[in-house]
Each structure stands twice: as C-alpha cells, then as structure tokens.
Write a protein that binds this ligand. Structure first.
Ligand SMILES: [Zn+2]
Length: 361
C-alpha cells in the first residue's frame, strides 16, 4: 500500500482504520470514552490503546498521537501504517509496544490543536496552585490572540508584534507566544486551569501498561514547526545528559534540545515529557517529539489565531459563517493533505521507530 493511504480523512476514519489494523494483527484495543464531549459528527470520542508484546516486559516503546488534536492526522496515519505493515511481528524480546491513539480526541475530531477547555495538553502538566509565569505573553495577549480579526485589527496587532520582535528577536517572540500561558482561557497556548481528561487517561495508561517497565522510549507525533516535510526529534534533555546521549545514539542529527535552543521549538512549560519523567522515577527514559514541518510559521500562527477567535470570540461561535473556512485553514496548517507531504513524514516516522526498535533489541 502507498504510504499516503495510511492517513485518514478525519478522526472517525482514523480511529476505525487504526482499530481494524490492530484487529487484523490480533491485537486488542482498549477504548476510553470521553465523559463530557462529542465529536464533530455528534458521536462519542475515544482514547484508544493497543499493547503488543508480553504483559511483564521490562522494556517498552510508547507511540502517542494527537496530543495536539489536529496534529493527529499524522500520528494516527503513522500508527495505522505501522500496524498494517507488520509492527506486531517486529517486537524485540522482553519488550512491549504501546500505541496510544488520539490522546486529545476532541481536538482531532474538531480540527483544533487544543482540547475542550481551549487548553493545550502539552502545557497542562503543571502545579495549578502555582502556574509558571509568562510575562511577555501577558503584555501581548490582545495582539497574540485578537478579539477582532478584521484586516485593520490584525494589521495593528501585527505591528506591535513586529516591534517586540525588533526589540527582543524572533526567538523571544516565539517563546512569548508558544511557551504556554495560564492566565487567559481565551488565548492561544493556554495551559488550562485543571488537569485535562487526556492527562488523567495518560496516567491511567501508564499505570495499566507501563508500570513494571525499566526502560522506555517514547515518541510523541507532532506537526506544525519546521520546514515543509522536515522531521526533527525534539528532546527537553540537555546536551551532555544521559537521555540526550541515548537519543543522539538512536536518532543522530535529527535530535535537537528545545531547552538548549537547538530546536525549532522554544522551551515550553508543563509538557508531557516533564510529567512522564516524574511518573517514572528510576526508569531509563528517552522521550522525544517527532516534529514535522507543514506550512510557514506565519501561516500556522495566523490559522491558530483565527481558530482561537472562532471558538472564543466569534459571534455564533462554531455557527459563525466563517467557521468552516477557519477550520479547514487550521487543518491545512497542521496537515498538508498531499501525497508528497505524507510520503516525506511517513519516511521520518518509519526511520525513528525503526531506530527505537533497534535500540530495544
Ligand atoms: Zn504539537
């Protein structure tokens, strides 16, 4: 099968094809239903998990899709493709592979990067009594997340962002926008005011399926940063540390530390990487996000601002006449629906999964 055929047209199809591929390989799928929200098709939403390999295995590979909802077209396609192409028969000795399909099924189904609370799952792992500050975002909230998206208003907002960029540099602006903020529920990159359902379920999966593991390699599939179709393995570990060295040995030049400023990503607050490290004390953990590029930064950022406007400020919200156009623009910003892009990113995913399996063998 051509790699582009592994990628779904929407969340529902992605889920069905993932489950079908698992069933064909004789692998059970455990479904966790979302207790509060439905999909765009009015049907229930699920976080699905498949586990390949012995229950008591001491080593594991974890593959996560749709942490950022709409980015799940990529991760879901990769998970389904891997299952269709025989992943179940390639499990190293004393190892299990855990596939977590659609960590944020709401965002995947509704073509949003965030969850039902307008919150970013990968900024949500914090102490809510003491959220991390983001003073530059506070100053620029109205410009980063505008209440009015008319050309005139956007022009004014962008003018202020350009002033900030000239004074502090592009990287500082990227950090102000994307690091995560905890004061404005109606802003982009909002980390939430409570632990997200997805996070609770992720903990549940760890308790159920990864409890006795001594060595874990985790890959979280993301899109939206970097050159079109490029692939980077983003780690939060610093150069020189043991996990960074393991990542380099496995994935080579693809590895880039966001905390050390090597990456297409700025340093972030409240990420899953950091949370998992605290859950798995004493475990040899190597965690990276495979980040694949889509559209240029400005296009992606503007799509996010419009999506935020639609859901937080627009008259009629999802019934606004611009809703479909904005949703499709956001979808395209994180999922260029072309065979060329799919082949490129499928290649990266395959390579990093193969390297992880080799390291566990
Ligand atoms: Zn992402």
């Amino acid at each position: 099968m051509n790699p582009e055929n592994h990628f779904p047209a929407d969340y529902r199809q992605g889920r069905h094809e993932f489950i079908a591929a698992c069933e064909k390989a004789d692998i059970d799928v455990i479904a966790r239903v979302h207790p509060q929200v439905q999909g765009r098709d009015g049907k229930p939403l699920f976080l699905d998990t498949a586990v390949i390999g012995p229950r008591a295995a001491k080593k594991a590979l974890l593959l996560v899709s749709a942490t950022h909802g709409v980015e799940g077209y990529f991760g879901s396609g990769v998970q389904t493709g891997l299952m269709r192409e025989g992943l179940a028969a390639r499990v190293p000795k004393d190892t299990k592979i855990v596939l977590l399909h659609a960590l944020n099924p709401y965002g995947f189904s509704w073509d949003r990067r965030v969850n039902e609370d307008n919150a970013d799952i990968n900024r949500n792992c914090i102490d809510f009594a003491n959220p991390p500050p983001n003073a530059p975002y506070d100053d620029l909230h109205a410009e980063i997340s505008p209440r009015d998206i008319s050309d005139e208003s956007m022009h004014r907002a962008n003018g202020r962002l350009v002033e900030f960029l000239k004074a502090h540099g592009a990287f500082a602006l990227q950090e102000a926008i994307s690091k995560g903020q905890y004061k404005y529920p109606d802003g982009v990159y909002y980390g939430g005011a409570r632990e997200a359902w997805s996070l609770k379920m992720l903990k549940d999966v760890f308790t159920e399926s990864l409890k006795h593991v001594k060595q874990l390699i985790a890959i979280d599939f993301h899109t939206g940063l970097g050159m079109f179709g490029a692939g980077e393995m983003i780690t939060e570990d610093l150069p020189g540390s043991a996990p960074y060295k393991r990542a380099k040995a496995m994935w080579g030049d693809r590895v880039a530390s966001s905390e050390a400023g090597e990456s297409v990503s700025a340093p972030l607050s409240g990420t899953i990487d950091k949370a998992v490290a605290t859950w798995l004390k004493g475990v040899e953990l190597t965690f990276a996000a495979l980040e694949v590029g889509t559209r240029d930064t400005r296009t992606v950022f503007n799509a996010l601002r419009k999506d935020n406007w639609l859901h937080c400020f627009a008259p009629g919200r999802e019934k606004n006449p611009k809703a479909t156009e904005i949703r499709l623009e956001l979808r395209d910003a994180f999922y260029p629906d072309t065979a060329e892009w799919k082949r490129m990113v499928w290649g990266h995913a395959n390579e990093v999964v193969n390297s992880a399996l080799a390291a566990l063998a």
